[in-house]
Design a protein around this ligand. Structure first.
Ligand code: DAH
Length: 356
């Protein structure tokens, strides 16, 4: 009698499972049959009322049925999972042939990796892209106008001496400008402004060149990332917000920042932005030279003369600009004590940053 009842129960379960359309429904059905209130649990609980002979027959059948239901549900779950994978693969644009990747990897024994400057640049670009900035580029070989003049640094300005310049020997055309290797990425400010109308925001990463004696913290070639935002009623609070967001993303934690006055002819007011030392949390250590703060990036509110050089009406528009030193950031992030390692081309250095 009970055998027949269990058999019928299983047939009923099978036909219900056949009608199930997704994983959730299959799991529900399992709960219905095997859960605390379910018929199998009830049969097993009632075993105590049966004679020993009956128990010997019913026990194994009921337990077997429980196992069969579990297995059937499992098979159906796997099928739904496979269907989902196949569906998402058939809809995906990027089909990946894993077998091909594995066989290719096996053959490559010594592959290259991203240089840390490149990696940090990409990381910063991602953060700015997510905040609506464009990424733009400019030439390494520049002229005096873009490097100095348009940035409010006229010929006799002492700020020109601060940036030891590699000049080209060729004479400037009459009324023209001499050529040089750009000493900063700020050259892209004027080019960027002239190519677009406000409001706009862009960043411009790249190499810069200075004719300097090298030491642990100076190189002749290094990397900057210039940024500029022009809009209406931009304030120092906006500048702080964007810089804080960027630095928190890079250092993967909340950072505290402060502004000190800094002089750069192309911004007014100009600032040096410091972050609270991440190593000692402001207590004072050798990295922050016991000050508790580390100087990280110069920035400021764009000088009206610079906006004018970009054909922008400074009575209507204003904005901020900043110049990040990428080498300094990499050195802080990875505790590198000599900037000359960065361009050494020494594989022992670069291979430490390889990711597999
Ligand atoms: N161009 C400056 C340098 O290389 C850095 C800089 C300072 C850039 C202030 C800026 C700024 O955009 O606002 O020393």
């Amino acid at each position: 009698m009970i055998e027949q009842k269990l058999n019928e129960l299983y047939q009923k379960f099978k036909s219900e499972l056949g009608g199930v359309k997704d994983r959730a429904a299959a799991l529900n059905l399992k709960a219905l049959y095997l859960g605390k209130q379910g018929p199998i649990t009830e049969i097993l609980a009632n075993m105590k009322n049966l004679s020993i002979e009956e128990r010997k027959i019913v026990g194994p059948i009921a337990n077997g049925l429980k196992e069969k239901i579990q297995q059937d549900v499992e098979v159906s779950l796997q099928k739904f999972e496979l269907d989902e994978i196949n569906l998402s693969l058939s809809q995906s644009q990027n089909k990946i042939d894993l077998s091909l990747r594995d066989s290719l990897l096996a053959k490559v024994q010594n592959h290259g990796g991203a240089h840390p400057i490149w990696s940090i640049q990409r990381e910063i670009e991602d953060v700015f892209l997510s905040m609506g900035f464009e990424i733009i580029d400019g030439p390494h070989i520049e002229d005096e106008y873009h490097n100095f003049e348009a940035l409010n640094i006229p010929a006799d300005h002492p700020a020109r001496d601060m940036q030891d310049t590699f000049w080209f020997e060729t004479e400037a055309k009459p009324g023209g400008f001499r050529h040089l290797l750009r000493t900063h990425t700020s050259t892209i400010q004027v080019r960027g402004m002239k190519q677009r109308r406000p409001p706009f925001r862009f960043i411009a990463p790249g190499k810069v060149f200075r004719c300097e004696r090298t030491d642990a913290s100076h190189e002749m070639v290094f990397h900057q990332l210039e940024g500029m935002l022009v809009d209406k009623n931009v304030s120092v609070a906006h500048l702080i917000y964007f810089m804080k967001t960027l630095l928190s993303e890079i250092f993967k934690r909340d950072v505290e920042v402060r502004l000190r006055p800094g002089f750069f002819p192309f911004v007014e007011p100009g600032f040096e932005l410091d972050i609270k030392c991440l190593l000692c949390k402001g207590e004072g250590c050798s990295v922050c030279k016991q000050v508790g703060w580390v100087e990280l990036l110069p920035c400021g509110m764009i000088h009206p003369n610079v906006l004018r050089a970009g054909d922008i009406d400074s009575r209507e528009w204003n904005g901020f600009a900043f110049g990040l030193g990428l080498d300094r950031l990499v050195m802080m992030k990875y505790a590198i004590d000599d900037i000359r390692h960065i361009h050494s081309g020494d594989l022992r250095f670069v291979e430490q940053f390889k990711s597999y």
